[in-house]
Write a protein that binds this ligand. Structure first.
Ligand code: UDP
Ligand code: MG
Length: 314
């Protein structure tokens, strides 16, 4: 089969109910667009029968290419595998829960034809998501832009079109703790956005509990900023400065016979405060050292149990 024009990549983690609808809508959109396409479904260790559904779709339609992981590796690595296995001249990354409407793809394709190499989708509105998710997401994007050197467009997700040139660059960036939205800005190229309304999930529950959201945020920050590390330096200067100011004041107070700052309580507070600052700084250091250790081990980013080739032969 010659390589298709467009590869659509969807990471799948327990999306049993969403799969047929995803396939149906992608197929409809792409048939109307009149382009050749493939749908790369990356099964990220699903346990709800999604895997068998993906195999079934692949048996019915050769354009569906399954990549089945040996276990759950997480959303960003599932998308990475999709990029590795995609063959299209352009690639669209889309969530499997249909929060990102496949109907936006023709608009992205049009921008691509105009010559843009990255077309990201900007969420104009988000429906059916909790206020907690919206507030934390809004705060997260603003924080990332403030402290990192990449300017990630506010309110964009992984839903975007990437030209083959960009995909090839991304595929050579084998960092383990990935923040794809940052990476796809970092590479440069001509970028533009299209806006859309983010729909509620078609079926099922979010696969991003608070724990995964926090990991995602710390991967994004450590991947693109040294600011947390520098924080220890700033805090050190502030406390050193404070103590230098405090020494003559206390000396003067003693000479005038004052009893201020006498006793254990003040000492204890100072010791606990500094202990706290030091432990937090150590913890931040640990976040970076742990990631360094992961990189040094050089393990594969993900492990694939079944590749698209396994299905071509069948
Ligand atoms: N996902 C995944 N692995 C995970 C968690 C999520 O492949 O460990 C997929 C999930 O199936 C979906 C996409 O990532 O296609 C986005 O997840 P979700 O919709 O749960 O995130 P939210 O929209 O709530 O942020
Ligand atoms: Mg979702």
């Amino acid at each position: 089969m010659p390589s298709p024009t467009l590869s659509i990549i969807a990471p799948i983690y327990n999306e049993y109910e969403n799969l047929p609808e995803l396939y149906r809508r992608v197929k409809e959109v792409m048939e109307n667009a009149g382009e050749t396409w493939e749908l790369v479904l990356v099964d990220d260790g699903s346990t709800d029968g999604s895997t068998e559904r993906i195999r079934e779709l692949a048996r019915q339609d050769k354009r569906v290419r399954p990549v089945i992981f040996a276990r759950n590796f997480g959303h960003q690595l599932a998308v990475t595998a999709g990029l590795d296995y995609s063959r299209g001249d352009a690639v669209v990354i889309i969530d499997a829960d249909l929060q990102d409407p496949p109907e936006l793809i023709p608009e992205m394709l049009a921008k691509w034809r105009e010559g843009y190499e990255v077309v990201y989708a900007v969420r104009e509105a988000r429906e059916g998501e909790t206020w907690f998710k919206k507030v934390t997401a809004a705060a997260f994007y603003r924080l990332i832009n403030r402290i990192t050197s990449v300017n990630i467009p506010v309110d964009t997700g992984d839903f975007r079109l990437l030209d083959r040139k960009v995909v090839n660059v991304l595929n050579r960036m084998r960092e383990r703790h990935r923040f794809l939205r940052g990476m796809s800005v970092w590479v440069g190229f001509r970028q533009t956005g299209v806006t859309y309304k983010r729909a509620p999930r078609f079926a099922g529950e979010t696969k991003y509990p608070l724990r995964k959201m926090l990991k995602f945020a710390s991967d994004a920050i450590t991947g693109f900023s040294y600011l947390p590390l520098q924080l220890a330096t700033y805090l050190g200067f502030v406390s050193a400065g404070l103590s230098i100011i405090a020494i003559p004041i206390v000396v003067a107070l003693r000479m005038t016979g004052s009893q201020a700052f006498h006793g254990q309580a003040t000492t204890l507070i100072a010791v606990l405060f500094l202990g706290g600052v030091q432990l937090i700084s150590l913890g931040i250091l640990g976040e970076y050292v742990g990631r360094l250790y992961d990189e040094a081990k050089g393990r594969p980013l993900y492990i694939v149990r079944e590749t698209p080739d396994d299905f071509d032969e069948a």
